[in-house]
Design a protein. Structure first.
Length: 348
């Protein structure tokens, strides 16, 4: 009886096991579940082996779901991306095969914006360097030598200009939090926000070009999706044009910044760019030794949404999207529903 019951169930692959065991057990009651590891990412070969013939795929944000992976399962109905950004999924190819792609926007806005503010404070006030210094018990030496008042002079956020590239949900949450520091908000986006939203964000000012926002930001924060248009949006020239003493924060996607140009600029003592804080990297998870060697960069390992509550909510959204699609209902956060409908209409 049990074998027949399982044979009639649809199969879902979750590439990374998560903390929400209660929801995972509920999922197992409805479907056959193939789990990844809870302490490491699946290798490409492991992913290729486990994805065969599954009906649903809940993919971690760094899983590359291209045409090769998609073609390994003729049963695939949905790719539920565990994250807001879905640049590693071949959405066009999935759409051609009538495979729904979903993501987890909105539910992570507060959590990611908190990390953005944390990175901004950490890099501006040199908190990681001060932490290491204090942990190594060097305070007594500085008090005895009389140079203590000159330690770790940083940059204040108060009254500074924060430029945000990508003023979606996350960008707007960051702007709202920055108002507590009396920061002036300027932003670059595909289109301006409404007057009402701009007013609520301290009369945020729209910049019509990347050059404009780069040249006028004390803190330049990247919160945009990675697309063909935003790849290397911040390149060598933009880094050279930044305001004197400015700081770059990237919580978007690594390739939005030309990393080699960033290293070169940060190494130059005469550069206008003072420092950077990064949660994402161009060749993630590999980070160049040249970048890691810099003392004026704060690093975090892509942890924008990394709180238990946020990750649990994201997982719940992924599961609910899978269930919706299996029930032939419209998912909660579809990425390519219009694309699939257009393809089907063109084929009629």
């Amino acid at each position: 009886m049990s074998d027949n019951s399982n044979a009639n169930k649809k199969t879902v692959l979750i590439t990374r096991t998560l903390e929400n065991k209660g929801l995972l057990n509920e999922l197992k009651e409805k479907f056959n579940v193939i789990e990844g590891s809870d302490d490491k990412y699946l290798t490409r070969e492991e992913l290729k082996e486990r994805v065969k013939n599954v009906h649903g795929l809940i993919a971690w944000h760094n899983d590359k779901i291209d045409s090769e992976i998609i073609d390994l399962s003729d049963n695939l109905e949905i790719i539920a991306n565990f994250g807001a950004g879905y640049n590693l999924i071949d959405v066009d190819y999935a759409s051609k095969k009538n495979i729904v792609v979903t993501n987890t926007p909105t539910v992570l806005n507060e959590t990611v914006s908190e990390l953005a503010m944390g990175l901004m404070l950490a890099v501006a006030r040199k908190i990681p360097q001060a932490h290491i210094f204090t942990k190594e018990n060097k305070m007594i030496e500085t008090y005895q030598s009389g140079v203590h008042p000159n330690l770790f002079h940083g940059t204040s956020l108060f009254n500074k200009t924060l430029g945000i590239i990508g003023m979606g949900g996350i960008g707007q949450k960051i702007a709202a939090k920055a108002l507590a520091f009396n920061m002036k908000i300027i932003y670059y986006n595909r289109k301006p926000l409404s007057d009402e939203i701009e007013s609520s964000l301290g009369n945020a000012k729209y910049c019509s070009t990347v050059d404009e926002i780069v040249k006028n930001s004390d803190f330049l924060l990247l919160a945009c999706p990675l697309t063909a248009e935003t790849h290397h949006l911040i390149d060598k020239q933009q880094l050279l044009d930044m305001k004197k003493g400015s700081i770059l924060i990237n919580i978007a996607r690594g390739p939005v910044v030309n990393e080699s140009a960033l290293v070169e600029t940060l190494r130059d003592e005469n550069s206008n760019l003072q420092a950077a804080a990064l949660d994402v990297y161009e060749n993630e998870p590999v980070i160049s030794e040249e970048l890691l060697s810099l003392d004026n960069v704060v690093f975090t390992p892509h942890i924008g949404s990394a709180t238990s509550a946020c990750r649990s909510t994201m997982f719940t959204l992924c599961v609910n999207n899978v269930i919706k699609v299996f029930n032939q209902e419209i998912p909660i956060t579809p990425v390519n529903f219009d694309q699939i409908n257009n393809n089907n209409n063109n084929n009629d």
